[in-house]
Design a protein around this ligand. Structure first.
Ligand SMILES: [Ca+2]
Ligand SMILES: [Ca+2]
Length: 219
C-alpha cells in the first residue's frame, strides 16, 4: 500500500500473539512454567531512541514498571507529548477478553496506530516470567514505511528481549521476585545496571520462537 502524498496518515493494526504452549518451559528445579506477556505500549515516534539507549541506564521514565510489573501506565504518561513522540497507545486487553490482563499461551493483543512516512513504531511488553525483561524492537524502533510505502506482514524478527537493568535477575519462570510471584509491584533486589539484550541461551531470547507480531496497513 502506498501513501501517495505523504500527508494522509496510514492506519496500522498490530497483532501480538503468544505462540508458546502451556508448560512449555522446565526450570532447573524441574518445575514446568508457562510464558505470558504483559500489557504494553505502541509508540509512534520520530525520536531516534524514545524509550531507552542500549548500554545506558534506564531513564526512570516508566520503563522500569513496564518491565518489572507489566504496568505501562507511567511509561505512557511520560511519553505523551514528549519531543519526537507522535502518539502513545496502551494495549492491555487480550483479543476476545472482557478485561485487561496478560496474554497467556495462544492469546493475542491487537492495537492500532496512525503514522505518516518517516515515523517509526516502538512496542513494549514485559516478559512476564522475568524480573525486568522487556520485548521491544531496537532503540530506534521499526520503520513503518519503506520508500514511502507502508510495511505489511510479519515483523517479529525486529523484536528483541531486553534486560532493563533495574532489578537483579533470577532464573526465569521460578524467581520469587518475578511478576507472577512477587509480593507487590516494584519488589526485588534493585540493580543499577544498563539496558542490554538478554542472552540466556533459551528459546525466549529469540522473539520469533515465542511470539508472532504482524502489522497490517489500511488507509
Ligand atoms: Ca535485570
Ligand atoms: Ca520484581
Amino acid at each position: 500500500m502506498t501513501s501517495a502524498n505523504g500527508d494522509q496518515p496510514t492506519k496500522f493494526t498490530e497483532r501480538i500473539e503468544n505462540t508458546t504452549k502451556p508448560d512449555a518451559f522446565t526450570a532447573s528445579n524441574g518445575v514446568k512454567w508457562s510464558l505470558a506477556y504483559s500489557p504494553g505500549t505502541a509508540v509512534v515516534h520520530t525520536e531516534n531512541a524514545p524509550l531507552f539507549t542500549a548500554g545506558k541506564k534506564d531513564r526512570g521514565k516508566g520503563l522500569e514498571a513496564q518491565s518489572e510489573d507489566g504496568d505501562s501506565g507511567m511509561l505512557a504518561k511520560s511519553l505523551k507529548g514528549a519531543k519526537g513522540i507522535k502518539s502513545v497507545a496502551v494495549f492491555n486487553t487480550p483479543a476476545g477478553a472482557s478485561g485487561p490482563g496478560p496474554i497467556t499461551p495462544g492469546a493475542a493483543y491487537e492495537t492500532a496506530v496512525c503514522a505518516t512516512p518517516g515515523e517509526r513504531l516502538s512496542l513494549t511488553l514485559m516478559m512476564g516470567q522475568s524480573n525486568d525483561w522487556l520485548y521491544a524492537p531496537a532503540e530506534s524502533g521499526i520503520e513503518l514505511f519503506k520508500d514511502g510505502n507502508a510495511i505489511s506482514g510479519d515483523i517479529t524478527t525486529q523484536i528483541m528481549l531486553w534486560d532493563v537493568g533495574t532489578e537483579v535477575d533470577q532464573e526465569a519462570g521460578i524467581g520469587s521476585e518475578q511478576g507472577p510471584r512477587q509480593k507487590g509491584p516494584n519488589t526485588g533486589k534493585a540493580k543499577n545496571g544498563v539496558v542490554k539484550k538478554v542472552a540466556d541461551g533459551k528459546s525466549y531470547d529469540d522473539a520469533p520462537s515465542v511470539m508472532r507480531v504482524t502489522i497490517k496497513p489500511s488507509m
